[in-house]
Ligand binder design. Sequence first.
Ligand code: PMP
Length: 431
Amino acid sequence: MKRSESDRLFEHAQTVIPGGVNSPVRAFRSVGLKPLFITKAQGAYIHDADGNAYLDYVGSWGPMILGHAHPAVVEAVRQAAGKGLSYGAPTEAEILLAEKVISAYPSVEMIRMVNSGTEATMSAVRVARAYTGRDKIIKFTGHYHGHADYLLVKAGSGATTLGIPNSAGVPQSFSEHTLLCEFNDFDTIIQITQEEYPGEIACIILEPFAGNMGFVPPVQDFLKKLRALCDREGIILIFDEVMTGFRVAKGGAQEVFSVIPDMTTFGKIIGGGMPVGAYGGKKEIMSMVAPLGSVYQAGTLSGNPLAMAAGLATLNELFKPGMYDELARTTGRLTEGIRTIAQKTGTPMTVDHCGSMFGFFFSGSPIHSYEQALACDTARFNRFFAKMLEEEIYLAPSAFEAGFVSLAHTTEDIDKTLSAFENILRFMAYQ
Ligand code: PMP
């Protein structure tokens, strides 16, 4: 397969952009390869600079649930662009998108648009701190909430609950209020909230389905127990649905588990591929935000008309009858197929999905925690990833990312993927 043009662009990019990319995971470093440079995308396929077409399971890391360049979305953006790119003043489209999101999320009574998931989580935590008058927050190891200083904290090897920044450039003091817990380990959360820091925790922020350590669902009743605990302790429960919102179900993970968070963060799908994030929740909490309240949060391009148009057009299509059933059916065909192939080829694998979000680990036992995820066979994943790419199937270039199916993925696309899976796993079984 020809990659010379991508390689040339990558060489060039590295002279002016750190690592040649504008977001680290794109660099393919963890899988030991060089990134593909993309020239266009249509439906379920992305095309690289060498003219190769790949069946895409990344979908721009989540937003492209309709498939790439969906005609309704492209047309909506085209029309909006003809009327000016940004006004820095309110528009009706912002109300329409706010209402659309609110209609699917009963927990959200008011919502503020921002420009990325990072901004959404950062702002939600600020509001939670202001609302409770407390400083400390709990996050889970392996969960990603964007790159705000105090959220860039994970556990070191000896799982510590005190925040140690794991990016250079973050002063220790910036993350001293970040407490770490293990996803799906309710006992530690009880201990931290009730014994170690009673009355000090402003919020618990989590990915209700983890998607940034591979795809890891919550264990039975974990979210329900968190909800009850937060009620008891006066802690704001923030579901970071940047990835899961409108993805695992129309109403996100909160609909799947019937658990109502106090605040929710969004991104990805609600922008239809444009830079959008949002945070929302109960009116009483969101009334803290300026200019209504004393929590400052702003954005020159927030609610940008092109982004609102793309988001609205995407949700309009998604809300048509049967769309979520179709997404779940297609994705179920994929994960069922992978499971069968793993059994047939004797490959230890764990596979799961909810709606159109899926993931697999090269591990024979179920994965519930970050540590278990880290212990899976990444070397095998890396070999597998490279082979899939040769078969023109584009998975996320890391063992610790979820995959996404779009409405543009056909049964034939899934079967083509499964056939590549089977050939490669058979081949690897003899390595
Ligand atoms: N939260 C979650 C759950 C995410 O998956 C991401 C990004 N993948 C973010 C927040 C940050 O979003 P952004 O990259 O738009 O800043």
